[in-house]
Ligand binder design. Structure first.
Ligand SMILES: C[C@H](N)C(=O)N[C@@H](CCC(=O)O)C(=O)O
Ligand SMILES: [Mg+2]
Length: 366
């Protein structure tokens, strides 16, 4: 099986409600789509969203990185040299992790198709169902309470609550959400780097003193502030999960070796795909650090790839793969079934993606 064409396209999917974090507000998911065509007729699918505020990747940069750097490194090469192919993707240029992730997942999709096996089974096959949380955007407390009630009505029992805009409102936000959902719903919070270390400890302690029962806090402090993160991990009454501080396997190792966080969030868009995500998962197994599998605002191809990883590895104990259920439409055929919180993996070879609803992708060469 040889790669004969790297085809790029764009797809836009509206969100049910605007998605708001301490870093950005958006009302649609905008993705670059990758198709790796082969001489056997098999097609590998990949996807990358431009999450500039976290990865630095823009739509233009993702397209340029794949078209001008990554595609020339893999075109004409065969799947038999899989390890060299995945290495060529990572070595084609520095940074640009979203572009690398899109191509890397398409290569894994092809590998599974070549050997007629679902990717999650090739990687470990720990389970075939997972349960995701759903994100509540950061807004005034009463609006967040309303959104939390809607999520409960949709069947979710674990909410990831965004905080960090006007931090003085954050305790009131969580109090409103807890009151709206009752005591049996899990609440985890994501500050997206908005606090400083001392402020984080104060806010988290206030939340726990009020009995708000927070499962963990995600990325309380700026990505580069590992000392701050370690301070929060040591002093706060709530466990800490590192997100924006962990891009590469080396970042993950540093966090694990220094105890700067209790858990790490693996996202394909930060680490450059399944290949590096597996390295992070292996390090986590060695250090006994549980992982979350997360996503950016992504549609179903790349979240489906993350589902493959989550279903393969038991060290992934927390799931934040709500991209598809935040969308009001699904333009992608095949892959995992996203039935609100319940995600069931496809048992088709590769990653099970079958293409797109006609007319929804704008191909760049057309
Ligand atoms: C969508 C997911 N639940 C999430 O919150 N992901 C990111 C932010 C993604 C984005 O801005 O696109 C996170 O910080 O965990
Ligand atoms: Mg996060």
């Amino acid at each position: 099986m040889k790669i004969t064409q790297v085809k790029l396209g764009r797809i836009s999917t509206p969100l049910r409600v605007p998605f708001k974090t301490a870093l950005r507000t958006v009302s649609s998911v905008e993705d670059v789509i990758v198709e790796l065509h082969t001489d056997t007729g098999a097609v590998g699918y990949g996807e990358a969203p431009p999450t500039g505020v976290i990865t630095g990747d823009t739509t233009g940069a993702i397209i340029g990185a794949i078209r001008d750097h990554i595609a020339p490194a893999i075109l004409g090469r065969g799947l038999d040299e899989f390890e060299d192919l995945t290495a060529a993707v990572q070595k084609a240029l520095v940074h640009n992790t979203s572009a690398k992730a899109a191509v890397d997942m398409a290569l894994w999709d092809l590998l599974g198709q070549k050997y007629s096996a679902p990717v999650y089974r090739m990687l470990g096959g720990a389970r075939s169902n997972i349960v995701t949380d759903i994100t509540i955007s950061v807004n005034p407390p009463e609006e967040m309470a309303r959104d939390a009630r809607t999520a409960i009505q949709r069947g979710y029992d674990c909410l990831k609550v965004k905080v960090g805009i006007d931090p003085e409102l954050d305790v009131a936000r969580l109090a409103a959400v807890r009151e709206a959902v009752g005591k049996d719903v899990k609440l985890r919070i994501d500050a997206n780097q908005a606090w400083n270390a001392k402020q984080a400890v104060r806010i988290l302690d206030q939340m726990q003193e009020k009995g708000l029962d927070i499962e963990f806090v995600e990325q309380p402090v700026p990505a580069a502030d590992l000392e701050g993160m370690q301070y929060v991990t040591r002093h706060a009454s709530v466990p800490v999960l590192a997100d924006e501080s962990v891009f590469s396997p080396a970042d993950a190792l540093r966090i694990m070796q220094t105890g700067a966080a209790d858990f790490v969030n693996i996202k394909l868009m930060k680490c450059g795909g399944i290949t590096n995500a597996l390295r992070i998962a292996s390090a986590a197994e060695v250090y006994g650090v549980e992982c979350m599998i997360g996503c950016m605002l992504e549609a179903k191809i790349s979240v489906n790839a993350a589902v493959e990883l989550a279903c393969a590895k038991k060290i992934i104990t927390k799931v934040d793969l709500d991209g598809p259920v935040l969308c009001s439409e699904d333009h992608i055929l095949g892959g995992a079934v996203f039935d609100e919180k319940n995600i069931t993996i496809s048992d088709a070879p590769g990653m099970g993606i079958q293409g797109f609803v006609p007319g929804k992708v704008t191909y760049l060469d057309d």
